[in-house]
Ligand binder design. Structure first.
Ligand SMILES: Cc1cc2nc3c(=O)[nH]c(=O)nc-3n(C[C@H](O)[C@H](O)[C@H](O)COP(=O)(O)O)c2cc1C
Ligand SMILES: [Mn+2]
Length: 473
């Protein structure tokens, strides 16, 4: 059987039941499901990036007002679940994703799909029938927030896919937030330049690899990249009200069209920066059809923070790694710690010649515009251990020479303190300073060695023998 959301949920139940929490008490999609995630956040007492952070699965019959729906959220909030999604181990995630994103798999067009068991068009279209979540009182309406938004890129003759949240405005109308720097933004701009409407299809609920796989940035057909990340070709079925293709095995599809030049207010939205975003003038989506399974599962991303970041960080790490590695063969590893909202890249290098750290920082920062800080460390540092990174910055970096700035660079418009490049006050433009921190060992100084007691003495010490009152349990 092919992989989909249902096979993934079963896989967690079978392989790692502590990674999934089944809810069988009635919960409200307004605040209460998000609160279930938030309540778990403090449990591990390790700041916001907790290990004990299960996928939340609200069983059928328990979503208030939507008895026929199940809801899942927080799906990818741990590296262990990411590893389950890509059928690998947490340590191997970067390499597995790299291998799969390179391996484009052509899709199959099929004639029927479970996602079209229920079809609503015309007057029957009503977004209020979907259990859309609201995360915070500042959000003016519920959002569809984890849907893969598909449009046809006529310039390159291919499907373009990305996650673009949709704010419910009416029973058949949503707002759309398309950041500058994305393909969808430029595809819509080109359609508007021709004064043409742009049809879209948005699928919700599939295997998480078929959701996050859309983060691959390529000019190939992005369904081929999604199939690659999933590890098997996608089966696609034609939409009911336009010519786009959607995964036959998804849970829900919203079809529609964007009329050129129409703008309305969208947001604010609870962003992955853990901050409230801005209200903006944004494009509008008219919904022409809603199709779903008979017994559908709604897939939400818990946007304030980790779940959102984990859907996007690994694809971005591979973007940065590829650029950095192509330019500087001493690059060993790249990590975007979710604690830093994807704005910080840790790059590990083999420190083979003077200047290699700065060279790697320049190359890495070209991999994705989000990279506000690039911190380069030696092979002896663990890029996943923030204590080790801080130690290297404190002990190896000479700030006047090893910290460099590029002023007025595009970062990303959700940077809460960015400008539009013309200085203060805040204008919403996403421009800020990029910082390169070279925390590799300077090769022009006589750098001292590490020092410890002799390993053969401390390594096998039984502390119980030495310390009064101490007993290992
Ligand atoms: C959970 C999640 C939600 C996202 N929501 C948005 C969004 O609302 N607007 C946006 O511009 N990008 C959003 N992104 C980022 C885009 O999906 C990402 O940049 C994607 O690669 C764009 O694809 P494209 O350039 O092929 O269109 C989101 C990413 C994730 C992981
Ligand atoms: Mn794209």
């Amino acid at each position: 059987m092919k992989q989909n959301l249902r096979t993934f949920l079963k896989q967690l139940d079978d392989n790692c039941p502590d990674q999934i929490a089944h809810v069988n008490k009635e919960v409200d999609p307004k605040y209460e499901i998000a609160s279930l995630v938030r309540a778990h956040q403090d449990e591990g007492q390790r700041g916001r990036h907790v290990a004990n952070y299960p996928l939340i699965h609200v069983e059928r019959g328990n979503v208030k007002g939507y008895p026929e729906w199940e809801v899942v959220t927080n799906v990818l909030a741990t590296r262990q679940r990411l590893a389950e999604a890509l059928q690998t181990t947490p340590d191997n995630l970067l390499w597995k994703y790299l291998e799969r994103r390179e391996n484009l798999l052509d899709y199959n067009v099929v004639s029927k799909g479970a996602v079209q068991e229920v079809v609503k068009t015309g007057k029957d279209v009503d977004l209020s029938t979907l259990p859309l979540l609201t995360h915070t009182p500042e959000e003016p309406a519920p959002f569809i927030d984890a849907e893969v938004f598909v449009v046809w890129d006529s310039e390159n003759e291919r499907h373009n896919c990305g996650i673009y949240r949709m704010m419910k405005k009416d029973k058949n109308k949503t707002g759309l937030f398309l950041a500058r720097g994305t393909h969808a933004y430029s595809i819509l701009s080109q359609a508007e330049a021709r004064d043409e409407p742009l049809p879209f299809a948005a699928y919700v609920g599939h295997h998480p690899a078929a959701i996050m796989g859309c983060q691959v940035h390529t000019v190939e057909d992005e369904y081929k990249a999604i199939g690659g990340v999933l590890g098997e070709p996608m089966d696609l079925v034609k939409c009911k009200t336009n010519d786009l293709l959607v995964p036959a095995d998804a849970e829900l599809v919203v079809e529609g069209v964007i009329q050129p030049h129409v703008r309305e207010k969208e947001g604010p939205f609870c962003e992955f920066t853990y901050l409230l975003g801005k209200e903006r003038e944004s494009p509008v989506a008219e919904v022409t059809a809603i199709t779903h399974r008979k017994d559908p599962i709604y897939y939400d991303v818990y946007n304030p923070y980790i779940d959102h970041l984990m859907h996007g960080a690994l694809p971005m790490e591979t973007d940065v790694y590829r650029k950095a590695k192509d330019a500087v063969s001493q690059v060993m590893d790249v990590h975007l710690p979710p604690e830093c909202s994807k704005f910080v890249a840790i790059v590990q290098v083999r420190n083979e010649y003077p200047g290699v750290g700065k060279q790697a920082a320049i190359a890495a920062s070209s991999g994705k515009y989000f990279m506000k800080y690039v911190v380069v460390v030696d092979e002896e540092q663990n890029p996943y251990d923030m204590h080790d990174i801080w130690w290297a910055m404190a002990m190896k970096c000479r700030p006047d020479r090893d910290i460099n700035f590029i002023k007025d660079a595009y970062i990303e418009c959700l940077d809460p303190i960015g400008t539009d490049g013309r200085g203060w006050p805040y204008t919403g433009g996403g421009v800020d300073t990029r910082v390169f921190i070279d925390a590799t060992k300077p090769l022009d100084v006589d750098y001292p060695p590490h020092c410890e007691p002799p390993k053969e003495i401390w390594e096998n010490m039984d502390l119980d023998e030495y310390i009064r009152g101490r007993k290992s349990s």
